[in-house]
Design a protein. Structure first.
Length: 286
């Protein structure tokens, strides 16, 4: 690079940092819950990029909480073990054998992949699942799904302790039933419930699409809850996007200030959303 171009580069970097000041002030001490979906974890390089964003976020005063999925990784392991698996309305029908694999893959492999990536960037990540410290006590409200839980009580005290210790909680979406059974919880549902229990400032749902799109595939950048309800009734919001927007609406009803659906594969997706006026994906406000 020529010296002149290089100077221009550094000047642009400094300008970006300077322009971030109001956002840094706005998010100082904020709680941001980030759902990292299995489809957004495309490679070690993407994970490294994500981890760096999370560590930077915490460095500038945000309290990030990561709730992860891992559906594709669970599918891969179930196939290896020749266990068949079905989905009803986007949720996995889960029997005893399946829940063992779900816990092994989510708490064992995926959770530690994320924890390790954050720690390698200089953060202090602590991995846990909804079973730890009674974080998520769940009910089985859909008998046809088997061992699938919906969070009924969320005890966030362990997360507050981790914030005070400058640690970053990384949560696998499993919960305990009232009789101590292990229940499989949809990752989006878990993230929404945890965000509501923390009355988080932001819920970021990182997925593999750019956001909520209209019929022409243009991303709708700003929506209200009412608009989401209208677009769903009109069939514009459909398929796999419905559980995501429903999670956002429930989180907003639970007191979360705003929820964002964005493409987790895009570089620096979280930073773009929080610290620039560009934003990313679709933001939904009450
Ligand atoms: C999910 C949990 C993982 C998840 C499952 O078994 O696949 C239920 O469906 P993604 O990557 O976010 O889809 N649980 C009940 O939600 O992963």
């Amino acid at each position: 690079m020529r010296e002149q171009d290089m100077n221009r580069d550094w000047i642009a970097t400094a300008a970006t940092l300077s322009a971030a000041l109001p956002y840094l002030q706005r998010y100082n001490d904020a709680i941001v819950v980030i759902k990292l979906g299995g489809h957004a974890m495309s490679s070690d390089a993407a994970m490294e990029n994500f981890a760096r964003d999370v560590v930077l976020m915490q460095q500038v005063g945000v309290n990030p909480v990561i709730v992860h999925g891992g559906g594709p990784m669970i599918n891969e392991m179930l196939e290896k073990l020749e266990i068949t698996s079905d989905f009803v309305n986007g949720k996995r029908v889960t029997d005893e054998a399946t829940v063992e694999v779900v816990e092994m893959v989510l708490s064992g492999r995926v959770n530690k992949w994320i924890v390790n990536a954050i720690n390698r960037q200089g953060g202090r990540a602590v991995g846990l699942s909804g079973k730890d410290a009674s974080l998520m006590t769940c009910v089985q409200d859909a008998p046809e799904l088997g061992l699938v839980g919906t969070p009924a009580e969320v005890d966030t005290s362990v997360l507050r302790t981790l914030f005070d210790a400058n640690a970053i909680p990384v949560i696998a979406p499993l919960g305990a039933g009232r009789n101590g059974e292990t229940l499989n919880v949809n990752g989006d549902t878990a993230a929404g419930a945890i965000a509501a229990a923390l009355t988080a400032d932001r819920l970021l749902l990182l997925t593999d699409v750019p956001g909520v799109m209209d019929a022409e595939k243009t991303v709708l950048t700003d929506l209200t809850s009412d608009q989401v309800i209208e677009l769903t009734a009109a069939g514009v919001i459909a398929g796999g996007m419905i559980p995501k927007t429903q999670t956002c609406l429930e989180a907003l009803r639970g007191g979360v200030r705003a929820a964002v659906i964005l493409d987790g594969r895009a570089p620096n997706a979280c930073l773009l959303e929080l610290f620039t006026d560009h934003g990313a994906g679709t933001i939904i406000r009450a």
